[in-house]
Design a protein around this ligand. Structure first.
Ligand code: P5A
Length: 447
């Protein structure tokens, strides 16, 4: 993309309404525009990152054997009357009527609808296990929408639902989700720690939230500092293996890590004092096992191997896709702007032309731009007439992890400059070498 043809409405001033750094940078970098309290338009740069995050989620869901569907945003109230949640959900649910005065609602989650799909089409245990998921807009009329996309009213969520014959199988689905979520967050350059939590309006006894530690997080958390040393890394886990998934689940959850709702002072004090931590965190996901809470009242039954009809065991699992942009920025920025991890960056590399209009410099930039595109990478080429200082400031603000600077002086010596946004370190090299280096850096992140 050439910056002269892009739509990147960066702001010079810091917007007064933004209280936390991720919200400030998302507004300043022209990623989002607020349209009403907690409701945003996604401008090109923000939308690009949203799509990158969404793609990682899809890829990791496919790897775990989960199947994508898409359910409507507006749902009939009657389904929710069957489960009893239409009355229970309270003011967070946005309710409306169509012209025939039929009650509708804007989906805050979709346990009821997916259970309806299941009961209409599945009647035998032979079709299990089954996990369906979607990535879809949700609406919750939050009493205090704030911090930009962190606590929106309209927000983008991955929501998945497993259907299993037995509790044991459903707990395997729970563990499998835990493992696949760990991999999902790590690919985004994030450490998200699973913590014992409270199930709230979704229900059930078993639930973990995934928390990214950050001072601006809304959740209060307590944990054993040793949990922050564990990573999934490049390990290949067999998602069909109950044992392998359980082993990872135990590795990540046997140490003390809880949100304030489930905090247990006595158990916490049993941790060696120098490892006890209380901190704040951003909840970027949550997984639930709730057994037959929905399948029983809604009649989602299958015939078991013995011919008996039984309600299926279920759980649901959510990732805050739009919230993740905020969480990633909270975890990765400096005083100049965002620092995107390679896995989610909107463009792979920025090209800064220091002397727009100079024949040799323009030609070198064009060559670089074309070669990077041909290599399957997405460069953002600043081909505007701005002065160098302003170009650098914009690149730093929007946070592309790598920048190639091209100017007449370097070109005389046959070099361009490759700069890391994270470390600020620059290295001079030939144009070809810069292309090769950028390709090498992104190789682990390409499809
Ligand atoms: C699991 C999927 C559920 O709704 N039902 C289907 C279950 N879980 S949840 O924890 O309530 O939400 C899942 C994740 O969505 C994000 N989230 C939000 N993001 C932005 N703004 C909000 N107002 C908001 N509410 C929830 C969180 O990341 C949460 O973990």
């Amino acid at each position: 993309m050439r910056l002269s043809r892009y739509f990147l409405p960066v702001l010079k001033e810091t917007p007064a309404e933004a209280q936390i750094v991720s919200h400030r940078y998302m507004l300043r970098a022209g990623m989002i525009k607020q349209q009403a309290a907690g409701i945003y338009s996604w401008l090109p740069l923000g939308f690009k990152v949203l799509r990158k995050i969404e793609n990682i989620v899809h890829e990791e869901q496919a790897r775990a054997g989960h199947i994508a569907i898409q359910m409507p945003i507006l749902q009939p109230a009657d389904l929710w009357r069957e489960s009893g949640r239409y009355d229970d959900y309270g003011q967070e649910m946005l309710r409306m009527q169509d012209r025939h005065e039929r009650d509708l609602l804007y989906t805050p989650t979709a346990e009821e609808m997916v259970t309806d799909i299941f009961r209409s089409h599945v009647s035998s245990y032979k079709d299990l296990p089954l996990t369906l998921y979607q990535i879809q807009w949700k609406f919750r009329d939050e009493i205090r929408p704030r911090f930009g996309v962190m606590r929106g009213r309209e927000f983008y969520m991955k929501d998945g639902y497993n259907f299993d014959l037995t509790k044991e199988d459903a707990l395997h689905a729970y563990n499998r989700h835990l493992v696949s979520y760990l991999r999902t967050y790590e690919r985004m350059g994030l450490q998200a720690i699973p913590m014992r939590a409270d199930s709230g309006p979704i229900g059930g006894d078993d639930t973990h939230e995934f928390l990214v530690l950050a001072e601006t997080g809304e959740s209060e958390v307590f944990y054993d500092s040793a949990v922050t040393d564990i990573r999934l890394g490049a390990r290949e886990i067999d998602y069909d293996s109950h044992e392998e998934c359980r082993a990872v689940m135990e590795e990540f959850t046997s140490l003390y890590a809880r949100t304030d709702e489930t905090h247990d002072e006595a158990a916490f004090n049993a941790i060696p004092e120098d490892r006890r931590r209380s901190a704040r965190g951003i909840e970027v996901g949550q997984i639930f096992y709730f057994g037959t809470k929905y399948s029983e009242p809604m009649g989602a039954m299958v015939q078991g191997p013995d011919g008996q009809k039984v309600p299926v065991h279920m759980g649901s699992h959510g990732i805050g896709v739009s919230r993740l942009l905020g969480a990633i920025i909270e975890a990765s920025h400096d005083d100049k702007g965002i620092i995107w991890p390679e896995g989610v960056t909107p463009f792979h590399v920025g090209i800064v032309n220091l002397r727009q209009g100079d024949e040799a410099t323009d030609a070198a930039c064009e060559q670089l731009y074309k070669a990077l595109n041909a290599a399957g990478l997405e460069p953002l080429y600043d081909d505007t007439e701005e002065r160098a200082g302003a170009k650098f400031a914009t690149m730093d603000l929007i946070g592309l992890p790598w920048r190639i600077t091209v100017g007449p002086r370097g070109l005389k010596n046959g070099v361009v400059e490759l700069t890391s946004r994270r470390t600020g370190e620059s290295e001079e090299m030939s144009l070809e070498a810069a292309i090769a280096r950028v390709q090498e850096i992104y190789a682990p992140h390409m499809g």
